[in-house]
Design a protein around this ligand. Sequence first.
Ligand SMILES: [Zn+2]
Length: 495
Amino acid sequence: MNRRSTVILLLAAAIFSLVLLSGCHRATPQPPSPYAPAWKAAFRSELDTLGYMPRYDLTFHISPENGWLDGEAKLTYSHREPGNWHALYFRLYPNLSRYGGSMEINGTTVNGTAVPITYEAHRTALKVPIPETLPPNQKVHVDIKYTLKWPSKGDGVYTEFGESGKVLMLPEAYPILAVPQATDSSDPKWNLEMPAPWGDVLFSQSALYKATVTVPKDMVIAASGTEITRTVSGPSATSVWVTGPAREFAMIMSRSFKTYTTEAYGTRVTSYFVPSDAEAGKVAAEYSAAALRIYSDKIVPYPFTDFRVVEAPLTYHGMEYPEMNALGFGLYRRQRYSLEFLVAHEVGHQWWYNMVGNDQIRYPWLDEGLTEYNTVLYYEAIYGKHGVPSSGSLIKNRWMAPYKLLVARGEDSSLDKPTTEYKAKDYEVLAYAKAALFFNAIREEIGDDAYDRFLTTYATRMRWKISTPDYLLSAVEESSQHNVKPLYDKWILGR
Ligand SMILES: [Zn+2]
């Protein structure tokens, strides 16, 4: 070894020990969160604040030919309320008669110990006893194995759950933790209310999801969140998905789906459609991207990597899911003129349903009215306040005209009631149109700028939480210094 090599070796050793020493002083790096890919980079730090959220690890083995799936739902729940709990309740929404599915539980463990379960609420709820009781500030791990069969309906039939028109709708296809409400006794009151045949069914807490989905390899899946891996093995493909805070993990799939992708402020917007509806499918993506940008500017930013819009067997209706919307076949065809409005409405639910939740059965007007009125913001941004179509014609023709007809028929009523107490034929005029008119009256009273401040305040304060009318009113009043209780009494309570 010559002198030069010795110097180089000594230098290398010195640098190596410096690196080692500086390494010793560095804090142990946090492992990256498994949910990080679902977030745009600028918003990922929010994950550090969500340690309290329920976490689901779902596994689905889906057999479309046989009309059933084999599932496993693992939930890690941090109990942060008062009281020692003796049970957890889950909702089995597929067992609702309006869904027509059948979910059977095959085995349940709590912290690794097998427990006997009981069905309640016409088999739409599951009581899972906790062997040792669950004290506050403790975690519990629940593992539920189940099978799920879904109905197969004819082409052209409105299908919110099951298969129709070669599209398989699988929202809420696993046991979902019910919402606990603190009481004076040790255990909470679990929300097991039965939804009406109309309106939304789901009432849930925000949670973080990882889902592993195995399907035939030619199946195209649209789901909540971001697909992080996909592997093909023989005739099957397995994909792994993660979500941001989500009220559920929903899946819609078809072998016929083609896709088109666009972008909104760094969010990948993917549209799924059958090949004959490709033009409308592309337009649905662009409307969705525009709505995501407009509401991100007006309310708070949409923080997620992905958003999906899916052609589905919902006739001319739309349906919101976390990070995904479904729109009926009719909107891509004969009712194409309604596609833009329906997209603008459903995208609004990413804020008023997924971000700010509420009991959609007890207060259906709360998210529907706010979401319906969001479309005014969309139309003003795209077409101008006096453009064509104008937001004024929306208010006059879409909401005021049907509401006035209802009043003339003597059918006007309070909105302060659950969906089950509405009449089917009046439900949309009341919970959508009249509720949108309430938000229009607020905006006229407090002004456009204060209304924008209210939207931002409400979304920021109630982010990933469950709202009620009181939280809504206090956000309006704090953002505007106006007392809007008289408007609430008039439009919502009907006094
Ligand atoms: Zn809606």
